[in-house]
Design a protein around this ligand. Structure first.
Ligand code: ATP
Length: 303
């Protein structure tokens, strides 16, 4: 499963590149050809997961040796807490998530889970402890049941159905002619952005990891779907250590801590209320988004 995740992440990046209209075939092939240099250290032991306390200690990282993307990040996420990471495009938010999953090794510093350096434990045990709900969910040309069951090898049909209920997609699936055996993907039923996200949530529920990474989709879902998905996500965050990479600030008002990343550095941190009072970059982003929401609602009302 862990080995599958890397190509999936790359595929996700390729899709995003295409979607953003940045059609640079050269750089796309660079992405695909990047060899996995991440290996277990000699004598690596399995992560002994406790309550899921995550720390970043002076983390520095660059994809290329001559350009640091993260310039010394300190984070402390107590077990069961939700940390939200916000900031302008290109600030390094998704990079933080990739480093937690150890897609890359750090230039310097440490990331620890329950006191253990993630670079020193087996990748399989690290990735078993972390669930990711990505921006874009890649679906296989297979049944919807298979696509959910992929969250945990050997999951039974009853467990898959329970996960689908938890992700609030079971009614949709049962409404299809072949139920859980309905084929999806390129050659089957096409799912909307919100439905795909629910498949990702169901996969994660099946995996039942103590640590969650939510990489919020940049593409806007309609506000009703977004509200419903948000409620489901808040449900699955309960009792897990969660790191949310957020674009819409309205979805992270409840976070225990919000860090504002700009050009690879934490420039502000605190609760939603404290950050608003500070009247800095977060408050500016919040006011801008609030205005956009108001304009959208105004446009809808005028229709
Ligand atoms: P967004 O909000 O647009 O998703 P972000 O804050 O998540 O942005 P990252 O995706 O972490 O930003 O990217 C941070 C920087 O790292 C950007 O300058 C980006 O171009 C660069 N970058 C991201 N992925 C790679 C990669 N695989 N190779 C080289 N550079 C990369």
């Amino acid at each position: 499963l862990a080995q599958l995740f890397r190509p999936l992440d790359l595929l996700g990046m390729v899709y995003r590149t295409i979607r953003q209209g940045v059609i640079d075939m050269g750089s796309m092939f660079d992405l695909i050809d990047t060899p996995s240099e991440i290996r277990d250290v000699e004598g690596a032991v399995a992560l002994r997961i406790g309550a899921g306390h995550v720390r970043f200690e002076d983390v520095k990282f660059g994809y290329d040796a001559d350009r640091l993307i993260l310039k010394g990040i300190d984070l402390d996420v107590p077990a069961g807490h939700t940390l939200a990471v916000v900031g302008p495009s290109g600030a390094g938010k998704s990079t933080l998530a990739r480093l937690m999953y150890r897609f890359y090794d750090l230039t310097s510093g440490r990331i620890t889970i329950d006191g253990q350096d993630i670079a020193q434990v087996t990748q399989a045990s690290l990735r078993a402890a972390i669930g990711i709900v990505p921006q874009d969910t890649v679906l296989f040309n297979d049944t919807i049941g298979y696509n959910i069951g992929y969250g945990r090898e050997g999951a039974g049909r009853d467990e898959i159905e329970a996960a689908a209920r938890g992700a609030a997609i079971s009614t949709f699936i049962e409404g299809q002619s072949d139920g859980y055996d309905t084929r999806v993907g390129e050659r089957g039923l096409k799912l909307s952005g919100g439905e795909k996200q629910r498949v990702a949530i169901a996969r994660t529920l099946l995996k039942n990891p103590p640590i969650l990474i939510l990489d919020e989709a940049t593409s806007a879902l309609d506000s009703r779907t977004e509200g419903e998905i948000q409620a489901t996500l808040e449900d699955i965050e309960r009792g897990r250590t969660t790191i949310v990479i957020a674009h819409r600030l309205s979805t992270i008002v409840h976070a225990d801590e919000i860090v504002v990343l700009e050009a690879g550095e934490v420039v502000e941190r605190g609760s939603h209320a404290a950050l608003l009072r500070r009247n800095g970059l977060y408050a500016e982003m919040w006011n801008r988004q609030a205005q956009e929401r108001a304009e959208e609602e105004g446009a809808l009302a005028a229709e």
